[in-house]
Ligand binder design. Structure first.
Ligand code: BG6
Length: 479
């Protein structure tokens, strides 16, 4: 049912791909880099798939020129990567490590020389271990000063060449996984501590954004939020209420704070009654309002289908499928509020993520309606098993289909009137999945390594590499 004329992608649309420092760089102790919480966490037995770590990862630190050459060949207009805080400040604060600055200068210059727009994430989860040890990382308000100082150091060093900054990557994920699900550092399960740490992360985010605006740097800045829109499973008003609860709990609880500087009333009241609401001062409120982003970064992978969940005997939070064995995850929820359930219209990936391109259009529409900000899609992609054939080809037609359908959904949203700045898929090369090792692959470029061995880390272009090259050449005209 279409009611409108289809628009074209804007001519300056940022067709791109993404990565994150810990997942690609390797060189974890080189050139003065300090240790991050992930460098330590991966060494705790049983925490990652087959004990994988990012010590070498895909060795991007030494091979970035080869990787940028591949980006250039593919025709990328933008590349999103993150800066490792521990390369700039090995101890999280104090003395700047010039060698860290030099590395990112070389990378940014290489991108620009190849006419690729750098999209720079300041924080993609690799918190300096020194700050975790000194004051508990995100649990102390001291981090607001240290993160802001780190961010300002990056703005000053790279801001003459960078137009798009991402402040925090998926705050909702690193906070919930770190302080509730125990699957990310610091592997705590404590609701009160979680909401306190989350509030402090909000302050750090707002402070970095405010500093960026006060400093009149070029370009814009925003957080990247992992938004999985919720649908009620059917028209039963009880399920509709549950879906409304879910949106407040899982989405507005972050995005409203970013844009309006306030928490959704219903969730804040619920937390207050549970005794787990964060302490908010008047100064906090002022800072949150002052740190409004220029765009919303959207990481979109899937939707959730929502049903009512009884307070007594209801389903609690379930662990994620980190095995790659389809059908091994179960319903997850908050008793009395909502639970996720199966959607008969959707298929799943091998890791049980719902495949739902239309959901991306819905995500874009909802963000546009509620926040009225341009959206930069900073992640979207398919984690799948890929097979390297003997002739070194990789026939990932499933990924081509997945991305093609999502690009069509973006085109629909643009035609609906949403301002979408760009689309940086997850990911450019294959990389280390935090909890799933190297078997769950996302890239356009295959990296020949596995959990057991880094082998020679050779790069091979997948079929999707050539397909996306053509999409970019045609500016998404023929999908
Ligand atoms: C996002 C993260 O949550 O999802 C990425 O920003 C991550 O860093 C990606 O790799 C995919 O997750 P996973 O668990 O499939 O590797």
């Amino acid at each position: 049912m279409e009611y409108k004329k289809m628009s074209h992608f804007p001519t300056d649309f940022l067709w791109g791909a993404s990565s994150a420092a810990y997942q690609i760089e390797g060189a974890y102790r080189e050139d003065g880099k300090g240790l991050s919480v992930w460098d330590k966490f991966v060494r705790i037995p049983g925490k990652t798939f087959k004990g994988t770590n990012g010590d070498v990862a895909v060795d991007h630190y030494h091979r970035f020129k080869e990787d940028v050459a591949l980006m250039k060949e593919q025709g990328l207009k933008a590349y999103r990567f993150s800066i490792a805080w521990t390369r700039i400040f090995p101890e999280g604060k104090g003395q700047v490590n010039q060698k860290g600055i030099n590395f990112y200068n070389r990378l940014i210059d290489e991108l620009i020389a190849n006419r690729i727009e750098p999209v720079v994430t300041l924080y993609h989860w690799d918190l300096p271990q020194a700050l975790q040890d000194e004051y508990g990382g995100w649990e102390s308000r001291e981090i607001v000063t240290d993160f802001t100082n780190y961010a300002k150091t990056c703005f000053d060093a790279f801001g003459d060449r960078v137009n798009y900054w991402v402040s925090l990557n998926e705050q909702n994920v690193f906070i919930s996984h770190g302080y509730q699900m125990e699957s990310h550092p610091p592997a705590v399960n404590d609701e009160k501590r979680m909401y306190a740490a989350n509030h402090i992360a909000n302050l750090a985010n707002a402070s970095a954004i405010k500093t960026f605006h006060d400093g009149h740097y070029q370009g814009g800045i925003g957080p990247s939020f992992a938004y999985s829109p919720g649908y009620a499973v059917n028209g039963d008003p009880k399920n509709q209420v549950a879906a409304t609860n879910y949106e407040d709990y899982a989405a507005h609880f972050w995005m409203d704070v970013y844009v309006y500087g306030r928490y959704p009333k219903m969730i804040y009241k619920w937390l207050t009654e549970r005794g787990t609401a964060p302490v908010i001062t008047e100064a906090d409120r002022a800072l949150l309002i002052a740190g409004k982003p220029d765009f919303m970064g959207l990481n979109y992978y899937q939707t959730q289908t929502i049903a009512a969940n009884p307070l007594v005997g209801g389903v609690g939070l379930a662990a994620e499928n980190n095995t790659g064995k389809k059908g091994t995850s179960s319903e997850s929820g908050v008793p009395g509020m909502f639970k996720t359930t199966n959607n008969e219209f959707l298929k799943q990936t091998d890791w049980d993520w719902n495949i739902d391109p239309e959901g991306l259009r819905i995500a874009l529409r909802r963000i546009d309606s509620r926040y009225d900000l341009p959206v930069l899609i900073t992640e979207n992609g398919l984690g799948a098993y890929d097979k390297l054939e003997e002739d070194h080809q990789i026939h990932d037609d499933y990924r081509i289909y997945f991305i093609n359908e999502h690009i069509k959904a973006i085109k629909e949203a643009i035609s609906d009137g949403v301002k979408v700045i760009g689309y940086t898929t997850w990911s450019f090369t294959d990389l280390l999945s935090w909890s799933n090792g190297y078997q769950k692959r996302y890239g356009f470029v295959y990296i020949d390594r596995d959990e057991e061995s880094a082998k020679e880390l050779k790069r091979y272009r997948k079929d999707s590499f050539y397909w996306y090259q053509k999409v970019i050449q045609e500016n998404g005209q023929y999908l």
